[in-house]
Design a protein around this ligand. Sequence first.
Ligand SMILES: [Zn+2]
Length: 356
Amino acid sequence: MAEAAATGRAPRFFQRLPKVELHAHLNGSISSATMKKLMAQKPHLRIGEEMVAIDKGAKRTLEECFQMFQFIHQMTSRPEDILMVTKDVIREFAADGVKYLELRSTPREEKSSGMTKRTYVEAVLEGIKQCQEEGLDIDVRFLVSVDRSKGAVAAKEIVKLAGDFLLSSDGVVLGLDLSGNPKVGHGQDFLEPLLEAKKAGLKLTLHLSEIPNQEDETRLLLGLCPDRIGHGTFLQTSELATQDLVDLVRRNRIPLELCLTSNLKAETVPSKAQHHFGFWYRLGHPVVLCTDDKGVFATELSREYQLVAETFQLSDEQIWALSSEAIDHVFACGHTKSKLKERWQTLKSVLLEELR
Ligand SMILES: [Zn+2]
């Protein structure tokens, strides 16, 4: 593969690059095309496109982003909505060259439609199954999310549900995610349910240090030895006093799921060049590029790879390594990892051939 830096490489290269997506929230990943279908079904809600997606070049505060999810949730209030968006989101990731996808979502109940947290998860799993039956070239798994803004009691209920599906979903449900508005609630409240989840055999990925001055919470949650970290935007920004957080993450080699466009549009990172990808990548620490909410932030995983390649002047070989090493951090078993590694090897020669 050419050693030249990837600047100027056609978007097609990044689209053809096989990729692993590990941080994708289902409702935030709904594309504008799917959103139009939902809007047509629910015109009485009067929800406009600008209320559920951030255009190119536009920005919103983190708080405003979380408000957008309130509107999106009104659009996905029935199990049939969840089934449709799951299938559309999976098809779109597959079309973008994603070969392995871990979707995540907080099970929601809606009195208006009779949807329960359990039927919510069942609808997602049905969507994954139908895509598999269609023969789409993508392996999809599911992580159950705990929304921190809903409190500890709700978290316990979600952990129990996730534990049930871990046992009954034939390897599709693999783990638990802690997410939601980082300004609401404290990590302390979730230690017990998260520990329960770990004991049940669920893998853990935690949104950590998304906003500044959360060192105490981050230290507490890192004590759980999570399997992956979402964002970790402010882990490395504080002074010597909190160098222990970076040391802890490094010592345990906890991979970071990094989402550039999301952080830029939600204004938690001032510029792409200042994104913490640079800090961790230079340390040789495991990082995985992800989209977070490809619908809300109007991006695709291939665009995230291109953005990183151009911003940090990565060679084709370095881009390939970034996508290939992501396989090491999937929550699926070793057998799946080996199969994915083999697949990557085959696809590497195909891509090389195309580049000639
Ligand atoms: Zn996220």
